[in-house]
Design a protein around this ligand. Structure first.
Ligand code: GSH
Length: 227
């Protein structure tokens, strides 16, 4: 039952957002939603750490079952509620192969984004260079070109892995949305932009759109403008 579930989440976090999308798609809207502030360090509260020693979001509980990795939560929900709401993993072997392929392959995008974020956090200021950062931006750009090609090959009206909306979209859309929010140019990746702009209006996506993005829809973020 949805009322047994608690999701601790942070606004704008793609791993949190994908779980929220799956909860919407599976018609599990009655879950307890706890929006925490990264700025205030609420993800490191005793309440979260008791469930998730990493102090990361999403943190999720269903009755006495605790599961914290976003992808794990998404697959857990699909498996437990196979016949409820949208079927997010296809039955057909060719189709579920495509869905799992894209889900797991999307870790490459996350890795490249992580490399950029870590550069300013982990590399001492004296060792950072414009060229060093630019190389990481180029690596993300190379990665996004694969996805630009995949979306183009799928054709208009299709989703990221197969024709219908699947788990791959729930997992990947929030990453694409965050990339555009942080300055990746829609002109440079026109097919990804088309995908983004068509999936954006889906009710599960709209219902879970990051609240602080809604408050400030036109915020100009240029951190990734060179990607
Ligand atoms: N692999 C985890 C990653 C979760 C994650 O990195 N969450 C970030 C927010 S996007 C977080 O909580 N960061 C705070 C921290 O690591 O202290 C998942 O997919 O659930």
């Amino acid at each position: 039952m949805a009322s047994d579930m608690v999701l601790y989440w942070g606004s704008g976090s793609p791993p949190c957002w994908r779980v929220q999308v799956v909860l919407e798609e599976k018609k599990l809207q009655g879950y307890k939603s706890k929006l925490l502030s990264f700025e205030k360090g609420e993800h490191k509260s005793a309440e979260v750490l008791a469930l998730n020693p990493r102090g990361q979001l999403p943190t999720f509980k269903d009755g006495t079952t605790v599961i914290n990795e976003s992808l794990g939560i998404c697959l857990y929900l699909e498996n437990k509620y196979k016949t409820k709401g949208t079927q997010l993993i296809c039955d057909d072997p060719k189709e579920y192969a495509a869905v799992y392929q894209k889900i797991l392959e999307s870790n490459n995008i996350i890795q490249r984004i992580g490399d950029i974020m870590q550069y300013s956090r982990r590399v001492p200021e004296s060792e950072r260079t414009e060229a060093g950062l630019q190389r990481l931006m180029e690596a993300l750009s190379e990665e996004l070109k694969f996805w630009e090609g995949y979306v183009q090959k799928m054709g208009a009206g299709s989703h990221i892995a197969v024709k219908n909306f699947t788990m791959a979209d729930a997992v990947i859309f929030p990453i694409i949305a965050a990339l555009f929010r942080f300055g990746v140019s829609q002109d440079k990746y026109p097919n990804l932009a088309k995908y983004y702009n068509s999936v954006k209006s889906r009710p599960s996506i709209q219902a879970t759109w990051p609240p602080h993005w809604k408050e400030n829809p036109d915020a100009v973020m240029d951190m990734l403008k060179n990607v």
